[in-house]
Design a protein around this ligand. Structure first.
Ligand code: ATP
Ligand code: MG
Length: 366
């Protein structure tokens, strides 16, 4: 099973099935990724052999509206999405969108080996142990990712989204004049995009470094088998530089982007501050690689793919390569997409921030 197929099962169907009735035959989807720093959208048309990028763009997220729950803020978020897709002149309203990692529980759990029927009747009970809120308030979806007859346990990818969040995103997308046809968690979209960009890589360590979170995940045979989110992102780095070294935030952001982990510049002050924030993340990455080796002792994990805006932090790729002794690369989601050569140079500098949204637009929703 490919991750695309797997991930395509994990969508909050009961909320959106009706919106799919009138999907056109030619598959053109709008991916929409509302991040803490920016809202990204891409329009992709897909046929059997080629996926073509028709439009791409991003706009700054109105931070207060993103973080708040009021109806007025919801409308502001919707207006911003509407402005972006209007500027992009998109030709479809059918949206495949992501739910924020911090609000959704995405976990691989192990349960005793059982039949599909048994699993479907016991999943609520199994899930209860991992979900820190009443089950009536969450929408649960799951897929079996690893099951062998001779093993006593099987692995399940479990996704639980608070119903209030799902409904909020549905309202924002609808108020933006769009038609939600799929909602899923960011790491599933990232996995789909990375598999599309690197079709020959089977086993991958994924590190997604956004503004608010870092997600560390594993693909085995192109299937997501492990994922964990850490509340450290680009914003944490900028704030810490500003607080510890006494800079204003815009200047701290510039220093971060210019010097990154480099300890030779500015007496190494920026590099040291950032490195200390990465200590735990590197340990978690090492543990994740260790988990892979323990689960699949006869296989190799040779590559780490880094995505999200933080992937561009100077020195990060090299540090991951050194710390983990595996080859690391920044994801370019436009690889293997047909893209107008005139617009590619304008997109390339920001390429890694489009990972999630390209994965969303590549989803099969029929
Ligand atoms: N050249 C760079 N060096 C270091 N960090 C960078 C660079 N360019 C962008 N960033 C950081 O990347 C982050 C934005 O990335 P991205 O667009 O992936 O986040 P987001 O999707 O809005 O956030 P999230 O997914 O966490 O909600 C910001 O923190 C920004 O400072
Ligand atoms: Mg993001």
């Amino acid at each position: 099973m490919q991750v695309g197929q797997l991930a395509d099962q994990l969508t909050f169907d009961s909320y959106i099935r009706d919106n799919r009735d009138n999907l056109p035959m030619a598959k053109i989807l709008l991916g929409l990724d509302i991040g803490m720093q920016s809202i990204k959208a891409v329009q992709i048309s897909k046929d059997k052999s080629t996926s073509t990028l028709l439009a791409a763009g991003y706009i700054a997220t109105p931070t207060k509206a993103y973080l708040s729950q009021t109806a007025a803020d919801e409308q502001e978020l919707a207006n911003t999405v509407n402005r972006l897709v209007h500027d992009m002149k998109v030709s479809t309203a059918d949206v495949s969108a992501s739910l924020p990692t911090s609000k959704v529980i995405t976990r691989v759990i192990e349960v005793p080996n059982m039949s599909d029927e048994e699993l479907s009747s016991s999943i609520q009970w199994e899930a209860e142990q991992f979900i820190p809120m009443p089950l009536v308030k969450v929408k649960i979806d799951y897929a079996v990712i690893d099951k062998s007859e001779d093993s006593k346990k099987m692995k399940i990818l479990l996704v639980a989204a608070p119903i209030a969040i799902v409904e909020r995103y549905m309202r924002v997308i609808t108020a933006a004049g769009l038609n939600p046809v799929s909602l899923e968690t960011e790491i599933l979209a990232d996995s789909r995009c990375i598999t599309h960009s690197f079709p020959t890589l089977t086993n991958v360590l994924i590190v997604t470094f956004g503004a608010s979170n870092t997600e560390i995940a594993l693909l085995h045979d192109q299937i997501l088998i492990y994922t964990k989110s850490y509340p450290i992102g680009g914003t944490t780095l900028t704030r810490t530089i500003a607080e510890e070294l006494g800079f204003e935030l815009p200047q701290a952001e510039e220093y971060k982007k210019t010097y990154g982990l480099d300890e030779d510049k500015l007496e190494g002050k920026i590099g040291k501050t950032i490195t200390s924030l990465f200590t735990n993340l590197f340990t978690e990455m090492e543990k994740t690689v260790g988990y892979f080796k323990e689960q699949y002792p006869k296989e190799e994990l040779k590559t780490a793919i880094i995505s999200g805006g933080g992937a561009k932090l100077p020195g990060l790729v090299l540090s991951i390569t050194k710390n983990l002794s595996i080859d690391s690369q920044i994801n370019n989601p436009f690889t293997n997409l047909s893209v107008d050569p005139n617009i590619l140079p304008t997109l390339s500098p920001d390429a890694p921030i489009y990972t999630t949204v390209v994965g969303l637009a590549l989803k099969d929703v029929t």
